[in-house]
Write a protein that binds this ligand. Structure first.
Ligand code: SAM
Length: 258
């Protein structure tokens, strides 16, 4: 078989560093009862090191050639399903078996990391936890606190649903071909209490609108959807910029809009 040439359009940087692979697998603390969904298994750098005895393994891979090779490699395993699809079009909730929450893992394609997060955010109630390799810059945005430069839409929408920890950084040399940036392993666990869908949607709309004009005051960016009275009732100063508001602040505004 011809060797696979990494495809840039699919963000293919394959992990080869065994120490890093072991650290990631160890951090997962996998149990036999786990149902795991891996995004972008590629050539199976992580997949091959997952214990065979887990309940079920779903592999979501967009690249037809890689999906076919995975199909052959795992043909003998009845607890492995290959899903040759764009993860952004996968309804994660379809893969809940007997109510087992999913553990999602992946060395994510960097070109679509943010859309993947927004897509997965809709399924927080179906997920037990998620462990991902992302660009360090994205990890920094995910864990950013209000007031910092990297704080924004991603920090707020992810923080509303998940508690997020950075585990460790990974240098470019761990991949083939090496990316231009440093990467980080992050872990996300849905908060036990999830807000109602309608409140989450309202929250996301407010955050998106406010940060689409990041330099503007809230009065200017949100003025069309929130009046002065509502800002006052929520005890939010409308002359602030969006990066000064915490998750709770945006929630207070969102609650008053439903
Ligand atoms: N897990 C492998 C590893 O660590 O070596 C590959 C990681 S590589 C950074 C990203 C993988 O995601 C590639 O296999 C790529 O084909 C796949 N991919 C890219 N876009 C995708 C999408 N929209 N849906 C599913 N898989 C995707």
């Amino acid at each position: 078989m011809k060797p696979h040439v990494p495809r840039k359009r699919f963000g293919q940087h394959f992990l080869h560093d065994r120490t890093i692979i072991s650290r990631i697998i160890d951090s997962l603390e996998i149990q036999k009862s786990d149902t795991i969904l891996e995004i972008g298994p590629g050539q199976g750098a992580l997949t091959r090191h997952l214990p065979e005895s887990i309940h079920h393994l779903y592999l979501v891979e967009i690249d037809r050639d890689l999906a076919a090779a995975l199909g052959s490699a795992f043909a003998h395993r009845s607890n492995v399903t290959i899903i040759n699809q764009d993860v952004l079009s996968v309804n994660i909730a379809d893969y809940l078996q007997e109510g087992r929450l999913l553990r999602i893992i992946g060395n994510l394609p960097y070109n679509i990391t943010t859309p993947i997060f927004f897509h997965l955010a809709q399924f927080a109630h179906s997920i037990r936890d998620m462990t991902f390799m992302v660009q360090k810059e994205v990890a920094d945005r995910l864990i950013a606190e209000a007031g910092s430069k990297t704080y924004g839409r991603l920090s707020l929408s992810a923080g509303l649903r998940f508690s997020i920890r950075k585990r460790f950084d990974v240098g470019p040399g761990a991949f083939n071909p090496p990316p231009k940036v440093t990467s980080s392993i992050i872990h996300l666990r849905p908060h036990e209490q999830q807000f109602q869908d309608i409140l989450q949607q309202q929250f996301d709309t407010l955050v998106r609108t406010a940060f689409s004009q990041r330099r503007k005051t809230l009065k200017n960016s949100l003025g069309k959807i929130i009046d002065a009275e509502t800002f006052k009732n929520a005890d939010i100063d409308s002359t602030l910029r969006p990066e000064s508001l915490t998750i709770d602040d945006f929630l207070k505004l969102a609650e008053r809009m439903i």
